[in-house]
Design a protein around this ligand. Structure first.
Ligand code: ATP
Length: 247
């Protein structure tokens, strides 16, 4: 069934009580899908993800209209912890790993919402290392000294330790070597297929996002201006001209 797993319904977001940034955004992420949020710098992609993950409050942002439901229940008044416990985790832009901790210590912090025994923790780590062999290699390195791509992997791995059914991923390709970008998207795809994790990802790299996503929304100036199956968007003439750099 295609019942929306995450449903954002006509939300309006205002920063600092005056700056209207999202002007009525609606979007759906069905269970088991990868959905891409596309658009130029400043279109409102990060703000949309932060509205869902409640991180907006840290930046003096408010949802002033609309609502958000996850698995049929309102979630726009929860704390970040409650959201993670319900299965929704966010990986923020700029891969927030703790630089002074090792890669493995970072991963372990991701399990803080669960009370796992030592052996369960070990099994969860193994699962992350199975998907991210690079993290296994770097497990004892200080995260701050690993590459940008490895830090992005570490941030996704840490989110996985909370056993999410959906991950919000902000600009996974940002500042990362092209080859590693492909590697990360391949891993996202296998997590989606094998672990049934749904993804809502914001990307300025339209090309790579549409190759891996099932569905896409294009944002401009705080509004959804186009939406569709990823394959339809990638063959759309306007999308090609304005977002894929071909005409
Ligand atoms: P980017 O790729 O730069 O993150 P984006 O599509 O994710 O772009 P947002 O970061 O959501 O866009 O920004 C949307 C608009 O909101 C921009 O005009 C930005 O300047 C503004 N904005 C973002 N954060 C704040 C904030 N904390 N206070 C005020 N305005 C903000």
């Amino acid at each position: 069934t295609d019942i929306a797993y995450l449903s954002v319904n006509n939300i309006e977001v205002i920063y600092d009580h005056v700056i209207l940034v999202l002007k009525g955004i609606s979007l759906q992420v069905p269970q088991g899908k990868i959905v891409a949020l596309l658009g130029a710098n400043g279109a409102g992609k990060s703000t949309t993800l932060k509205a869902i993950s409640t991180l907006l409050r840290n930046e003096r942002g408010d949802i002033t209209k609309g609502d958000i439901t996850f698995r049929g229940q309102r979630v726009d008044h929860l704390t970040p912890n409650e959201l993670v416990k319900r299965g929704l985790s966010q990986v923020m832009e700029g891969r927030h790993c703790f630089g002074h901790l090792t890669v493995e210590e970072n991963l372990l912090t991701g399990a803080y919402t669960r009370s796992l025994s030592r052996s369960e923790l070990k099994a969860e780590l193994e699962k992350v290392y199975h998907y991210f062999p690079r993290l296994r290699e770097r497990r004892n390195s200080q995260a701050g000294y690993t590459s940008g791509g490895e830090q992005q992997m570490c941030a996704i791995g840490r989110a996985l330790m909370a056993k999410p059914s959906m991950i919000l991923l902000d600009e996974p390709s940002m500042g990362i070597a092209p080859q590693l970008v492909e590697e990360i998207f391949e891993i996202v795809k296998s997590l989606n297929v094998q672990e049934k994790v749904s993804f809502l990802l914001a990307e300025q790299n339209t090309n790579v996002a549409l190759r891996y996503a099932d569905f896409g929304y294009i944002l401009e100036n705080g509004r959804v201006v186009m939406e569709g199956e990823a394959k339809d968007l990638s063959s759309n003439e306007d999308v090609k001209e304005f977002y894929l750099g071909v005409s």
